[in-house]
Design a protein around this ligand. Sequence first.
Ligand code: HEC
Ligand code: HEC
Length: 251
Amino acid sequence: MRLAVGVLLCSAVSIAAGSWHPWGDLHTAPPSDRSTLLQGAGLPAQARAVLVTKCADCHSETTVWPAYTRFAPGSWLIERDVAEGRRHLDLSQWQRLSADRQEVLKQEIAQQAKRGSMPPMQYRWLHPGAALTKDEIAALTSLLPADAGGSGPGDAVRGKALFERRCTGCHALDSNREGPRLRGVFGRQAGSASGFSYSSALRERHVAWDSAGLERWLCDPDELVPGNNMDFSVPKSQERADIVAFLASLR
Ligand code: HEC
Ligand code: HEC
């Protein structure tokens, strides 16, 4: 009898607590109509299908909330993922983003798919079959622009414009943001900007950045420094050369 009362009380508290939403109420979205997601975005059909079926629960306003998402404290963890996921990438808002922002996000998506870090582990536990298949990973990595190959010397003026369009979502020259400050990065020891919390992989690299290192980092950070935290790359060699020239010109 006591046990039954205890269980009842616990469930009542869990349901009541589940109606408290520490990250704001995320259930206000319009009815789940995923056909509107990424409409007219010009993505290949396969890539769009993967994003809509495997990513939209956290990265759009069309989240499906199964019954278990109403029970605290689990509900708080799930809502935190959805709030964070939407903040980074909201497929419901895609059409409102600038072309540059869309380009950056496509590259972040491809990078996450290649790394196998999305969908997150806890989601794969709750949704068997949510992990990306080989074909689905290929569909998402196809979002990276093709490299025409070959490049002339880097041009710092073009590099500055590219930096502003592609990098300033995470980096500033003189302050740490999602990425470390980059003024003076050329010639600086990797992972050494004070006050920035680097991955241990980059912090322990102990190599100063030069043109060749920066070029390889921008081409594929995971290949140069496995375990790093930068979810971005610059697939086109001419663009890499231009950006490196800009970073080298900074005083
Ligand atoms: C369980 C919810 C969830 C699902 C499902 C999910 N994500 Fe995420 N995603 C997150 C959260 C939380 C973040 C922000 C924190 C982080 O980077 O881990 C994030 C961040 C991202 C970012 C931004 C990374 C950055 O560095 O800013 C990209 C890109 C991304 N996810 C792509 C995807 C793709 C592609 C899928 C589907 C294959 C997917 N996600 C599925 C929760 C999710
Ligand atoms: C999605 C966010 C994001 C974008 C976009 C991004 N970076 Fe980063 N960058 C990071 C993070 C996070 C780190 C730290 C990585 C670590 O600790 O492993 C980093 C590290 C770096 C470093 C190493 C700095 C050091 O102190 O060792 C360089 C160089 C760099 N980024 C250049 C760039 C350039 C150039 C661009 C644009 C082409 C760019 N990044 C775009 C997030 C980003």
